[in-house]
Design a protein around this ligand. Structure first.
Ligand code: NAD
Length: 249
């Protein structure tokens, strides 16, 4: 377990699911956690559970992102860690995907990440220290899934953003990395239906879906001071799902 006592961590989409798993892991390592989410009831409950704070924030709003960062700095005096985790994954096949479907996914997943990272960089640059961890996905950068072309584009786009952004701040004590979850059992994933969940269990070599804290542990490592020489990289956490199987000898 990494030691984060005295550090402040802002986790977007942290009310539930993977974001909550990340927040729990960071809190256990000693960080003061600030949850930023649009779900006020769930967000406040999670913040209470973790002895942290909640700020209502729609990541598609620049004003909300700046206010969330200001609140985190107000609570902790500094902001060491940003976990940009918010994301949606509604399914729409190309034959009936609307422009609004496309825009909604890019706005929340891609633009929301950009706005939040840009806001967090201000205090991080001033203190010449920061750890930014983006929740991407295996879907898009590595695999595909019918109905998720807009989602895959946003998740691959996050990695493209990360690599260039990481270079811009590398000499300022700030790292930017990503975790790439496979299938992690959250409300968002459960919404895809039991058939999908069973297909995924069968496709994962461990035959289990991941837990939110599996992503939390990887994020916690990348968010730690010890990960200082790692930037612009991604860690896949998928139970081996993307490994091609060799034919048996
Ligand atoms: P989830 O739907 O369970 O939780 C998402 C959270 O984001 C919710 O608390 C929701 O209120 C919040 N949110 C939604 N729109 C928001 C907005 N505009 N502003 C602020 N908060 C907002 O989802 P999850 O499964 O925990 O996924 C979290 C992240 O992990 C996403 O980026 C997703 O793409 C990624 N991911 C998930 C899986 C998986 O299997 N669950 C796999 C790969 C990647």
């Amino acid at each position: 377990m990494f030691e984060l006592t005295g550090q402040t961590a802002l986790v977007t989409g942290g009310a539930k699911g993977i974001g909550k798993g990340i927040a729990q892991t960071l809190a256990r390592a000693g960080a003061r956690v600030v949850i930023a989410d649009i779900d006020v009831e769930q967000g406040e409950a999670t913040a209470r559970e973790l002895n942290g704070h909640f700020v209502r924030c729609d990541v598609t709003s620049q004003a909300d992102c700046r206010a969330a960062v200001a609140e985190a700095v107000r609570q902790g005096g500094t902001l060491e860690i940003l976990c940009s985790n918010t994301g949606i994954f509604p399914q729409a096949r190309l034959d009936d995907m609307t422009e609004a479907d496309w825009d909604q996914v890019q706005n929340i997943n891609l633009k929301g990440m950009f706005l939040m990272v840009q806001a967090a960089l201000e205090p991080m640059r001033a203190q010449r220290y920061g750890r930014i961890v983006i929740t991407s996905s295996i879907t898009g950068p590595i695999t595909g899934f019918p109905g998720w072309s807009h989602y895959g584009a946003s998740k691959a786009g996050q990695l493209g953003f990360m690599r260039s952004a990481a270079l811009e701040v590398a000499n300022q004590g700030i790292t930017i990395n990503a975790v790439m979850p496979g299938n992690i059992l959250t409300e968002g994933l459960a919404d895809q239906g039991e058939t999908y969940l069973n297909q995924m269990r069968a496709a994962i070599p461990t035959h289990t879906l991941g837990e939110p804290e599996d992503i939390g542990h990887a994020a916690c490592f990348l968010a730690s001071p010890e990960a200082r020489f790692i930037t612009g990289q991604q860690i896949i956490v998928d139970g081996g799902q993307i490994l091609p199987e060799s034919p048996e000898a």
